[in-house]
Design a protein. Structure first.
Lengths: 65, 393
């Protein structure tokens, strides 16, 4: 989405995840965020790949029939 | 470089569309093949016009009149073959080619739509909702088939049977559905103009889920956008909502330079936002956003390219809008929908952000709108501040 609302929300989420305001526990905060980011990334890739596979199957199914 | 790729993509799409338009023209040999499919036992087919003929048997006797005609359904033209008996009754109606979602055609057949033609004469009105019953949930397809049957039947009635076809007078009707859909686009524009109203966005999206989604199942899809470019325009008397939705999405994007349809109107966006609101989990995908957007543009190009190549806008339209709102789809479409809704719980507007070709197309239209505004702004005469200098001051 390239609309105003979408970009704004993405930006805000990005800032939160990058550990802005981690204060004295910068190292711990970053490690914690990295773990969270990794889990989020893995989940995202699984869902992204599944969607892409199903799009391919939907189109090929429609093509066959 | 980026701009060059964009122009190359547009040029490729134009070339493939022009090529396909010329390659898919129906010549007399193709029509003869359709006749052979319709009445294989005929010895020859004596032409009445370029798309109607008399099927003649080995002994020279007339077997039937037959003809082909095409009208636009939901996904594009439906080519229908109609056979008329020598006594003037409609003998058979066959779908020879179509670009509809296959499940809609199955629905029409299973509902016994074709059986009602067995009692009809070629000179009957043969108009949907007049003397032909529609199949609920496949109105556009059944209307296109009815019109194609009527084209052939009335031609044969006048030319060969010396009969005057009945006329069904159907007035231009702007119904409640057309008005409700139009009203759905008005708040979008108001919310864009008056930012204080933007807090009601989720309510309008909710209404859109109910009205444009589950009630009418007429959200904007690549099938409509493809049909627009290929030139498959439905009859506005019969399908005014098609024009309202297309114009309601394109005109504000061009006029304001913003994709208002996706933000304020799209029922599938609304459904995802509702799922996301319920979950209260919000994972970011900002890190991957750059390549996600690139893949989305490639998907849009591929969908348009294949639609233009085969002149079939619905075949490659992979959106799950019809599955959820029409509650009609293949098993893969249901699996796809399930994955998207699960993903929407974790990621805001997962489908829109990563896969939606309609959103990508409207973003491009909005970009064109912004460019036009910029050109207008630059070409308008600049205001020059005049300074009056008085003598002695």
């Amino acid at each position: 989405m390239e609309n105003e609302l979408g970009n704004k929300i993405e930006e805000e989420q990005g800032n939160k995840q990058n550990g802005n305001g981690a204060g004295l526990h910068i190292r711990d905060g970053n490690e914690h965020n990295n773990i969270l980011m990794d889990k989020g990334t893995v989940l995202f890739f699984i869902l992204y790949a599944l969607t892409l596979i199903y799009i391919f199957l939907v189109v090929s199914d429609s093509w066959k029939s | 470089m980026k701009r060059l790729i964009q122009w190359l993509a547009i040029l490729t799409l134009i070339i493939v569309l022009v090529y396909s338009k010329n390659a898919h023209k129906m010549d007399s040999e193709v029509v003869q093949n359709y006749y052979r499919q319709m009445i294989p036992t005929a010895a020859k087919y004596e032409p009445i016009s370029d798309k109607t003929a008399k099927a003649v048997g080995q002994d020279g006797s007339l077997i039937a009149y037959l003809g082909v005609s095409s009208n636009n359904g939901y996904g594009g033209p439906i080519l229908v073959g109609t056979i008329i008996s020598p006594d003037g009754s409609v003998k058979d109606v066959l779908i020879l080619e179509h670009k509809e979602t296959p499940s809609y055609i199955d629905k029409i057949t299973q509902a016994g739509y074709f059986r009602q033609y067995a009692k009809k004469q070629a000179a009957d009105a043969l108009v949907l909702d007049y003397d032909i019953d529609r199949v609920s949930g496949a109105t556009l397809s059944t209307r296109a088939i009815a019109k194609s049957v009527q084209d052939v039947a009335h031609f044969v009635a006048v030319r060969e049977l010396n009969a005057t076809p009945d006329k069904a007078r159907i007035d231009w009707k702007i119904g409640a559905r057309d008005i409700v859909v139009t009203l759905l686009f008005v708040p979008a524009f108001l919310m864009y103009q008056v930012k204080a109203l933007a807090r009601f966005r989720i309510i309008i999206l909710g209404l859109s889920v109910i009205i444009l989604g589950f009630w009418l199942n007429r959200s904007l899809s690549m099938a409509s956008i493809g049909a627009l470019f290929i030139g498959y325009f439905p009859n506005p008397h019969e399908n005014l909502i098609w024009y309202i939705v297309i114009l309601g999405a394109l005109v504000p994007a061009l006029a304001t330079g913003k994709n208002l349809y996706c933000t304020y109107v799209c029922p599938f966006c609304g459904l995802q936002e509702l799922a996301h609101t319920v979950s209260r989990v919000n994972l970011p995908m900002g890190k991957h956003f750059k390549w996600i957007r690139m893949v989305k543009k490639v998907l849009l190009f591929v969908v348009l390219f294949l639609s233009f190549l085969f002149l079939n806008p619905s075949l490659f339209s992979y959106e799950p809008f019809g599955t959820i709102f029409g509650l009609n789809g293949s098993s893969y479409q249901w699996y796809l929908l399930f994955v998207i809704l699960i993903a929407s719980f974790f990621y805001r507007r997962f489908w829109c952000a990563a896969f939606c070709p309609v959103g990508t197309f409207l973003d491009k239209v909005a970009a064109v709108g912004r460019r036009i505004r910029e050109i207008i702004r630059l070409s308008s005469p600049k205001r020059v501040r005049t300074v009056v200098v008085r003598n002695g001051e």
